[in-house]
Design a protein around this ligand. Structure first.
Ligand code: ADE
Length: 223
């Protein structure tokens, strides 16, 4: 898979791409990630890419030309172009599974007070990561990269994500590690029993109970 991230703040991605599981996926050539700076597509003095809004109002607005030129410099027939904005559809795990099968994702990070409305005509999809406003689309782009790359074949063992929260519309079951007794809080006996069938049944039941208690909306959605 190839992911191109279009941003005004390329260094925000340094840590995410150079640590842990994402770093390893890049080293193993499971994913190639390019960071592209909108400023490299500016035709104005000082590499300007934003300007004041027509009609007045606070802040600066990303201009069409450098953003659309940046998109068109990487887009091809296999690309899915995603704009990160609080006005988009809310991202979820089903979308992560869908994106895992794409050859090429282009993530366009909005910033400042917004972007020229006409940029919307050049993307396939607008996504939000939740009903709150961040300073820009960089952190949402990182969340999408992380959630998709961990699902790619070879990144992590499939067993590690098959019981993830939200897979099959259920939250994950509770897990424990040593010690078996921490300040009087004991690990459930069934997990120490060595009986794999019983353990699997216990986990299924706990995942269901937990989802029903915390996220009944997921159970409804799955029915
Ligand atoms: N840009 C600012 N806030 C955002 C959000 N919640 N999701 C996606 N992009 C954003």
């Amino acid at each position: 898979m190839q992911i191109d991230i279009l941003t005004l703040f390329p260094h925000m991605f340094d840590g995410v791409l150079s640590e842990s599981i994402i770093k390893r996926a890049i080293e193993k050539n499971i994913v190639k990630i390019n960071i592209i700076n909108f400023r490299d597509f500016s035709k104005l003095n000082n590499s300007q890419v934003d300007d004041t809004p027509y009609g007045g109002g606070a802040g600066m607005v990303l201009m069409c030309e450098p953003i659309v030129d940046a998109i068109e410099s990487v887009r091809d027939d296999d690309s899915l172009v995603i704009l990160l904005t609080p006005q988009g559809k809310t991202y979820n795990q089903k979308m992560a599974y869908d994106f895992k099968n794409k050859k090429h994702l282009i993530l366009v990070c909005g910033h400042y007070e917004g972007f020229d409305e006409r940029i919307r005509s050049f993307v396939d999809l607008e996504l939000s990561i939740g009903d709150y406003v961040l300073t820009g689309g960089e952190i949402p782009a990182m969340a999408i990269v992380d959630s998709v790359v961990r699902l790619l074949d070879g990144t992590i063992n499939e067993e590690s994500y098959i019981s993830d929260s939200f897979t099959n519309n259920l939250l994950d079951y509770p897990t424990y590690t040593k010690p078996a007794d921490f300040r009087g809080m004991k690990v459930p006996d069934v997990l120490l029993s060595g009986d794999h069938k019983k353990i699997a049944d216990y986990r299924k039941e706990e995942a269901y109970k937990r989802t029903k208690d915390r996220r009944p909306d997921l159970i409804k959605e799955g029915e």
